[in-house]
Design a protein around this ligand. Structure first.
Ligand SMILES: Cc1ncc(C[n+]2csc(CCOP(=O)(O)OP(=O)(O)O)c2C)c(N)n1
Length: 576
């Protein structure tokens, strides 16, 4: 095997192998030559190459989510490293392990008018789990120190509470000297993972809180599939009468008797008169972000007496300004233990209230859907009706994800989205990275600004026949028309500012981009053309990645979206 002569780089590669981290995304450059020579040359890594670093970062994130394993991300110096920042931030807020490796000039050349050279030390300091800088000298002491730093940082990346880590490597010329040699034997520091459980006292305390609460609400934030967690959660809810509210991105597969999968519909129906019915005595949360803004507003106003947040990393997430306890353990372990404690039998009234309300709101949703004109709302429902079971759906930020969570779930579907920071800059790249790791159908649904922003995500060799993009082109950022303060105030005061500076109206179409990057192109602009296009899109014989562009009318979309919640709320007021 041919590897770089740089010894710190050799050690890094050797330790990655020892830690079983084998997925790599390389971005071309010269300063990172030693890394490229070694990682691509030693034959022990699965290397992909992506030119655009912003896209590469998100692509790597998609692989890390798909494989539930750390992915190494390598770039040259300068703005190349800065372009990783959005994906690093997303990884930080979603607890996704990325091992970011940036090549750098030696410290003495920084700010000395050297080319492609910026201050890279601690570049991601506000959203990185751990950072280090390897020594430049190759003495035994410096190699020992380098190995210690790498062991420490890789152990963080593979811990039970993972996240992105950054290794900055100053490299002196010559950069491209290679040697035919195996990776070196290197000092390995292993890590023992402990299984954290609650002791008897903590269990008795928790049982007491549960027994004191008549109304227990569990909020399952964005998470990945976990059968152990689902089992434990189902028995916990059955024993305690708790209701579990889980949006699609929560990826929970639990009994529908206790699970409310469309909490946004329930929240949209709550009025002042019946608000107290849904107020929990005890709130238990786990997972990451919730899409629903209504749930945050509601729980901040109607606070629970107690709020327990369960998080392996022990994060203090006081989202509802009512946090009373943090349980630093895996949610599956927490609910397994909770399901085993002595708990008084619940009446089940609270869970029934949520489920009944969800049922009524779902009926209103359905009849509304049948009445309203072709719009993003009907398009999203049609798409989700057509999505194959047991496939992957990637939701773009902005209105797509909001429409999606109003719809029923789909059996066997895994739901994904960059909700860590809700950026519109990496949805395509993340979905392409994820899709490159499996053979299931992967559908990315997103808006036009999000699509054009990250269309470079299609510029790589890893697009497979399993990849489908559905671009809902409403000519701008339609979401801003839903925000009363923006559309209502700015729009009324200065329509032109709204149209150009918020909505960012445009007439771009995606056909040319599809052809540039080798995707088949379909389009639709009505209910019937959409049905036909969806049939073609999901035809089992389809053997090329395909983009379906659906054209809708922004003012109609806004009217239809706002009308739904008026309908749901009015139905309650009329029946109260
Ligand atoms: C990187 C980044 N820049 C800006 C924003 C602010 N933002 C949120 S939604 C949005 C508009 C998105 O428009 P589009 O993708 O067309 O979806 P639509 O609103 O039409 O559903 C913008 C600019 C963001 N979330 N992320």
């Amino acid at each position: 095997m041919m590897i770089s002569t740089k010894k710190h780089v050799q050690q890094l590669a050797a330790l990655l192998v020892r830690k079983k981290i084998s997925d790599v995304v390389l971005c071309p450059g010269s300063r990172n030559g030693p890394l490229i020579h070694t990682l691509a040359g030693c034959g022990q890594f699965d290397c992909r190459v992506i030119v655009d670093e912003r896209s590469a970062g998100y692509f790597a994130l998609g692989i890390a989510v798909a494989k539930n394993q750390p992915v190494v991300l390598v770039c040259s110096s300068g703005t190349a490293a800065v372009n990783f920042a959005p994906a690093v931030a997303e990884a930080f807020y979603q607890n996704i392990p990325l091992v970011v490796v940036t090549a750098d000039r030696p410290a003495y050349w920084i700010d000395q008018l050297e080319n492609q050279c910026i201050r890279q030390t601690d570049l991601y300091r506000n959203f990185i789990r751990q950072s280090c800088e390897l020594p430049i000298e190759e003495s035994d002491t410096q190699l020992w120190s380098g190995a210690c730093l790498i062991n420490d940082i890789l152990n963080t990346a593979v811990s039970d509470s993972p996240g992105p880590v950054h290794i900055n490597i100053p490299l002196e010329e010559p950069l491209h000297q290679t040697v035919e040699a195996p990776l070196p034997d290197v000092k390995l520091v292993e890590q023992t993972r402990a299984r954290i459980t609650l002791d008897e006292n903590a269990l008795a305390g928790a049982a007491e809180h549960i027994n004191r609460a008549d109304k227990i609400l569990v909020l399952a934030g964005q998470s990945s599939a976990d059968a152990d967690l689902d089992r434990a959660l189902t028995s916990f809810a059955a024993n305690t009468g708790a209701v579990v509210a889980a949006e699609h991105l929560g990826n929970r597969q639990i009994s529908s008797d206790c699970c409310c999968t469309r909490p946004e519909l329930v929240l949209g129906s709550i009025s002042k008169a019946d608000a107290a019915v849904f107020q929990p005595d005890l709130l238990i949360t786990f997972g990451r972000h919730f899409v629903s803004k209504r749930i945050r507003q509601y729980l901040r106003e109607y606070k629970p007496d107690r709020h327990i947040h369960v998080d392996a990393g022990g994060g203090h997430m006081d989202t509802y300004q009512a946090l009373t306890r943090v349980c630093a353990m895996a949610p599956a372990r927490f609910f397994e233990q909770m399901a085993g404690v002595q708990i008084k039998k619940s009446s089940g009234d609270y869970a029934r209230a949520w489920k009944d309300r969800e049922k009524t709101a779902a009926q209103i949703f359905k009849s509304y859907l049948d009445q309203v004109p072709f719009s993003d709302f009907t398009v999203c429902a049609d798409i989700l009706n057509a999505v194959p079971q047991d496939s992957i759906v990637h939701l773009g930020n902005s209105s797509t994800v909001r429409y999606a969570v109003l719809n029923p779930g789909i059996p066997g579907v895994t739901w994904l989205g960059n909700r860590g920071t809700s950026g519109i800059d990496g949805s395509v790249s993340t979905a392409v990275g994820y899709a490159s790791c499996n053979s299931k159908i992967n559908t990315l649904i997103l808006g036009d600004l999000s699509f054009f922003y990250d269309s470079n995500g299609l510029w790589n060799k890893y697009l497979g026949a399993n990849f489908r993009v559905i671009l809902i082109n409403n000519g701008g950022g339609n979401i801003f028309s839903f925000v009363e303060d923006i559309a209502g105030r700015t729009g009324a005061a200065n329509q032109q500012v709204f149209e150009t500076c918020f909505f960012a109206g445009h007439t771009a179409k995606a056909r040319g981009i599809a052809s540039a990057f080798g995707l088949d192109y379909l389009q639709a602009d009505s209910g019937s053309s959409l049905d036909k296009a969806l049939e073609k899109l999901y035809n089992p014989d389809r053997s090329v990645p395909t983009l379906l562009e659906v054209f809708t009318d922004a003012p109609t979309n806004t009217q239809v979206f706002k009308g739904l919640f008026i309908k749901i709320k009015n139905a309650r007021t009329n029946s109260a």
